[in-house]
Design a protein around this ligand. Structure first.
Ligand code: ARG
Length: 460
């Protein structure tokens, strides 16, 4: 046990207490941020005349060596250190002697951990955003290739009106695009530097907080030292952003699972992204999609956990806050893994276009268009609705689609119908006529795809 605070204690910490309290097992993930933050702090201390130039150089050299040795595996995180901050500081003292003991001047682990966590989240937001962008590129490619792939659009999981695969995927494009912008908002709001807040009440040393904030890529220093060390809002925002990403992935997975089923046969998930059954030889299971859907619960759990942990904590830092890490790390890793796997699955999936189109035809998805045909011939919409209802009943009795009815059959129900009804309710027409922006018609979709391309270029 190597603690930074042994001075006022007369007894050794009980081993169980030590283990319960220690966080190195998980906060070692913060080593890079911790060392980078320390380097900026040391440079600032020297600039302010609190350390000499030589002392600073020694400290920076020591920290650099620690970073390299962790990265090349020479230095292992041994459990005798309480947390990543103690680990780095103790190692620095081992390497550089007394000068290492000066690093913690004007600093507390409270502002240090707040800084590390913010920098970690900032880095991870960048990585998550990149993965989302790659997913959006895959979706856009599929959209471009499927402007004319007709399929049923559903409401209540009942076939409603025909859309295209491009349009359906376009809905998810919007969701993941919003997810990126939410992550960017979170990053923007968190980007104020807590370093220099000390334990809770700042410090008497003449620290230059602007300098460290700037050196570490922040927009400026935080403005209240008590809030600085006890603010975990940005983690709650991040976990909320991540929960929404998972919710979107989960809905998408649910659809892919349905589409991949024997009943739908709209898609076939590639063998590389499917698994078999140990007992049923015919099975090819969509396990990856199911797991992504399942892991959504885990990320929601992290959000609930963090909200609950924070709800009763008085100002300022309290040890409860150490509980922010494991769930957050897990949620970030889970989401990144899920986006990457989902992207792989969706870009290797085979689309069974004929089945999609057949399904759209068989489900009376063109019934609204048949009613619109009547309206265009002077029939009031409410009457047209009733007439098409009769057509549908007739088709159900005969087990045929609207396209398969003869003109005589049409005329028997309403004399308004003429030969051009077939053209009016063709899948092509039903979709292509819908060209208000946001609708599935080819012209509208092409406009949207151009906007998406521009967006991806501007937000890389
Ligand atoms: N391991 C701690 C955490 O994760 C670091 C801050 C410790 N500060 C303290 N006063 N015990 O929150």
């Amino acid at each position: 046990m190597a603690q930074l605070w042994g001075g006022r204690f007369t007894k050794e910490t009980d081993q169980l207490v030590y283990n319960f309290n220690a966080s190195l097992g998980f906060d070692q993930k913060l080593y890079k941020q911790d060392i980078t933050g320390s380097m900026a702090h040391a440079s600032m201390l020297a600039k302010q005349g609190i350390l000499t130039e030589e002392e600073k150089e020694e400290i920076l050299d020591g920290l650099k060596g620690i970073l390299e040795d962790i990265q090349n595996g020479k230095l292992e995180f041994s459990p005798e250190y309480e947390d990543i901050h103690s680990f780095v500081e103790a190692n620095l003292i081992d390497r550089k002697g007394d000068v290492g003991k000066k690093l913690h001047t004007g600093r507390s682990r409270n502002d240090q951990v707040a800084l590390d966590m913010k920098m970690y989240v900032r880095d991870e937001i960048g990585e998550t955003d990149l993965l989302l962008k790659e997913l959006l590129e895959s979706l856009l490619k599929i959209m471009e290739e499927n402007l004319h792939t007709y399929m049923p659009g559903f409401t209540h999981l009942q076939k409603a009106q025909p859309v295209t695969l491009a349009h359906h995927f376009g809905a998810y494009f919007e969701m993941f695009k919003r997810d990126r912008s939410r992550l960017a908002d979170t990053k923007k709001r968190l980007n104020l530097c807590p370093l220099g807040s000390g334990a809770l009440a700042g410090t008497t040393y003449p620290l230059d907080r602007e300098y460290t904030a700037n050196a570490l890529g922040f927009d400026g220093p935080t403005l209240n030292s008590m809030d600085s060390v006890s603010d975990r809002d940005y983690l709650i925002e991040l976990l909320s952003d991540l929960s929404l990403i998972m919710m979107h992935l989960s809905r998408f997975c649910e659809e892919i699972i349905l589409w991949n089923s024997n009943e739908y046969q709209f898609v076939e998930i590639d063998d590389g992204y499917s698994t078999g059954s140990s007992i049923m030889p015919q099975k090819k299971n969509p396990d990856i999609a199911e797991l992504v859907r399942g892991k959504t619960g885990r990320v929601y759990g992290a959000l609930m956990s963090m909200l609950t942990t924070m709800k009763g904590i008085p100002l300022a830092y309290n040890k409860d806050m150490q509980e922010d890490k494991e769930f957050t790390f897990d949620a970030i890793d889970t989401v990144k893994g899920c986006i990457a796997l989902f992207n792989g699955m969706v870009s290797t999936m085979e689309f069974k276009k004929e089945n999609m189109e057949r399904s759209a035809k068989n489900g009376f998805t063109n019934a609204t268009d048949a009613a619109d045909y009547l309206v265009n011939h002077g029939v009031p919409f409410r009457d047209a609705h009733g007439i098409v209802g009769q057509l549908v009943l007739h088709c159900i009795e005969k087990n045929i689609s609207l396209d398969e009815m003869s003109l005589e059959e049409y005329k028997a129900i309403s004399p308004v119908f003429e030969e051009d009804i077939y053209e009016a309710i063709s899948m092509k027409n039903c979709v292509e006529k819908r060209n208000t922006i946001g609708a599935p018609g080819t012209e509208a979709m092409k406009q949207v795809i151009e906007l998406h391309k521009k967006y991806l270029k501007e937000n890389s």
